[in-house]
Design a protein around this ligand. Structure first.
Ligand SMILES: Nc1ncnc2c1ncn2[C@@H]1O[C@H](COP(=O)(O)OP(=O)(O)OP(=O)(O)O)[C@@H](O)[C@H]1O
Ligand SMILES: [Mg+2]
Length: 695
């Protein structure tokens, strides 16, 4: 009997799709955007954290449209090799490189092949090498995804895997060199607190808590047959070889059963030839019906017939089921609303539609940079997740050709030894960004050249750069500038002196610092080093800008909103860009899971609920950075349901000195958490209030 299933290769354990569809939808939705977005899976062991993570690496090709571009690596942090930094980095690269197709003819291919060999010989890998490898893997067109199981093993060793490692990982993830999927028993935010880690690494993650399997998913899991390799069906021919050629001599029931099997096989063959999905599904369903009849007929057949044909029919049925399932998933994907929202990494610079607003800031910047007067140093500041980095990444498109915007992420740049390291990273960023944004080739410089007298050699290099600039102006943006503080602790104030010198004596350079602190908050040293700084604040989007992001993120976006639903998102997020993107991302997941395209206020409510779970780290960060008094105040304010409480009401509720209460309120207002309206204090963002109330 011919095996009708020889096409397209095996179906990998499709029954695993039955459970965790919701979680897969979130995870693969996030991995499919540019850059891919990271996810943290949280749940007790028995709930299947590890198996979920492992199966991601098995089934991703069925969920992602350009799956061949993805390298999925699974690393269990419990294994001894992963207890040291060098071991872990090597293990991660090894797992990724195992899957990459490397061609020695390209420079990157050659470099990575050599690296793979060096790793297999046991060579230690440090962070810069790891970063370079990821960059090169990306340059080959791959997207690297690392699944890190038992993540608590990493945060339990803050000496080995400290903030500097996490900061660099965040830097790599922000720019699409890698996406992480971590699994842990408790939320990452808690792990970072117990490990005393302060890195914002975690705030690019969405949290996916694993609850119990949903009832119908669990039922499907139970009723599904156990794993049966596809190849077993191919052996069915041999299994039937005992049958005599002459039908007359067949045992009881064999003839009828074989006829049904043959019909089933014909239906499958027809289904496979058909190009229409509908016909294919019909054909497979017909085949399944024949196989059911076959199984029923075996009840009256000779025992030998039942014994041989029963398992064969069972095996065929499973493969048909799997194929029907695959078609159903494919069909579902076809009507899905595309998941375009980015909630975590900064919006990439090339992205025009998913980045909205900030027009006033661009205008101010342009005015300052093109004015006949020397542009003062600039300070871009705002709360976490307000879009500082996203804004900086837009600058190449938004500033004229005479301004060369250079973006440097100090998270990555500052985390190296000695003064030469940060300067070399700075030089590299300047060269690369000038080339990428303005096609400008600047004179080269190497780490060796810098090593002996870093600041002097760097200064000489800048002289040459200035020559190459002609009339152009460089806007040097140092993102996460607070990292420089750590640099100073390690290597002294040389870097600050250098920056001040740049401001004072290099008119072709304008310095922009970007971070969550103002200079005053950074203390005396900073405000004496940097005087006359022009602050630029990044805060909420305007309503119209948020509306355009919600309703119109791509051309012909197939999601239709009731007008009130859009307003509900705006009211609950106050147009905080991250929260808008996160809520929309959840709304798309929610509607796709129900195969709908129209969003009502109730749908938005469901999405807001999910967003408050996914965005755990963002909310928890507010908790972590508040002091005891501020926490008390925020908790109290969050519980006032009707009218926002006045100072007097709060005083009666919280037992605090009036002066302490007042100064906490001032700080919370300044941090854009509370605001005073008609004498009452209220949360600026409703979603944040909900989180505090629930705590
Ligand atoms: N102008 C914008 N338009 C649309 N979405 C935005 C915009 N700016 C930021 N976002 C959203 O906010 C998220 C965070 O952006 P970004 O990383 O730029 O913030 P950040 O201020 O640099 O945060 P952090 O202080 O944590 O580094 C993005 O993932 C995106 O969802
Ligand atoms: Mg940032």
């Amino acid at each position: 009997m011919p095996n009708p299933f020889f096409y397209g290769g095996p179906i990998t354990e499709p029954q695993k799709f039955f459970g965790r569809k919701r979680e897969f939808r979130v995870i693969f939705g996030r991995l499919s955007t540019t850059p891919p977005q990271s996810v943290s899976v949280v749940g007790e062991r028995r709930i299947g954290r590890t198996s979920l993570l492992y199966h991601l690496t098995q089934v991703y090709s069925q969920w992602l449209t350009d799956a061949e571009r993805y390298l999925f690596a699974y690393v269990d942090l419990q294994s001894a090799r992963c207890h040291t930094r060098a071991g872990l980095l090597a293990k991660m690269l090894e797992a990724l490189l195992q899957q990459a197709r490397l061609d020695r003819r390209s420079d990157d291919g050659q470099w990575l092949t050599d690296l793979r060999e060096r790793i297999s010989e046991g060579e230690a890998i440090d962070l810069p090498c790891f970063g370079e490898a990821l960059e090169r893997i990306k340059a080959l067109g791959y997207r690297s995804v690392i699944c890190l199981d038992e993540f608590e093993k990493l945060t339990a060793r803050p000496q080995e895997f400290g903030d500097d490692l996490l900061d660099s990982w965040r830097n790599m993830a922000q720019f699409g060199h890698i996406a992480f999927i971590t699994a842990s028993k408790v939320p990452l935010e808690l792990l970072s607190r117990t490990g005393r880690l302060t890195s914002p690494f975690f705030n690019i993650f969405a949290q996916v808590p694993l609850g119990e399997l949903e009832l119908d998913e669990a039922r499907e899991l139970i009723t599904q047959p156990s794993d049966r390799p596809f190849t077993q069906v191919a052996r069915s021919e041999a299994e039937l070889a005992w049958l005599p050629d002459d039908p007359g001599t067949l045992p009881r029931g064999a003839h009828e059963a074989l006829r049904r099997a043959e019909e089933a096989s014909q239906s499958v063959a027809a289904a496979l030839e058909s190009t229409s999905r509908y016909r294919r599904v019909m054909g497979l369903e017909r085949a399944r019906a024949r196989l059911d009849e076959l199984r029923q007929s075996l009840a009256y057949a000779d025992q030998r017939v039942a014994g041989r044909l029963g398992p064969v029919a069972e095996g065929w049925r499973e493969v048909i089921n799997a194929e029907l399932l695959r078609l159903a998933i494919e069909e579902e994907a076809a009507i899905e609303i595309p998941q375009v929202y980015i909630a975590g990494p900064p919006v990439p610079g090339e992205e025009e539609r998913l980045f909205v607003g900030r027009e006033d800031l661009f205008r101010t910047l342009l005015d300052l940079l093109t004015s006949p007067h020397r542009c003062p140093p600039l300070m871009l500041y705002g709360q976490r997740r307000t879009g500082k980095t996203s804004l900086l990444l837009q600058l190449p498109r938004r500033l004229g050709p005479d301004i060369v915007p250079i973006f440097v992420d100090m998270q990555g740049a500052a985390n190296v030894e000695g003064p030469a390291g940060p300067l070399y990273n700075l030089a590299r960023a300047i060269m690369e960004e000038a080339r990428r944004g303005r096609r400008l080739e600047l004179p080269p410089i190497t780490l060796q050249e810098l090593a002996a007298e870093p600041f002097i050699v760097f200064g000489q290099w800048l002289d040459r750069v200035e020559e190459a600039l002609d009339d152009r102006l460089v806007l040097l943006s140092l993102d996460e500038f607070e990292k420089i503080e750590e640099c100073i602790e390690r290597i002294g104030t040389g870097f600050l002196d250098f920056l001040r010198h740049l401001i004072q004596h290099r008119p072709r350079f304008v310095l922009l610092l970007s971070g969550t602190h103002t200079l005053e908050e950074m203390g005396q040293r900073w405000s004496t080093y940097f005087i006359n700084v022009q602050p630029l604040k990044v805060s909420y989007l305007k309503e119209d800008e948020a509306r355009s992001l919600i309703t119109n993120p791509i051309d012909d976006f197939p999601l239709n909103y009731e007008p009130a639903a859009v307003e509900h998102i705006i009211a609950a997020t106050r147009c905080q860009p991250f929260l808008v993107q996160l809520t929309c991302q959840e709304l798309v997941n929610h509607l796709n899971s129900q195969r709908r395209r129209n969003a009502s206020v109730a749908d938005v409510e469901a999405a807001l609920e999910e967003a408050s779970v996914r965005g755990e780290f963002h909310f928890a960060e507010i908790w972590n950075t508040a002091d005891a008094v501020e926490r008390q105040v925020l908790s109290a304010v969050s519980r006032w349901e009707d009218r926002p409480p006045t100072l007097g009401q709060l005083r009666r509720r919280i037992r605090l000195e009036e002066a302490d209460l007042k100064s906490a309120l001032v700080r919370l207002c300044r941090r854009d958490l509370l605001e005073l309206q008609d004498e009452g204090y209220r949360f600026q963002v409703e979603l944040v209030r909900r989180w505090w109330r629930r705590r």
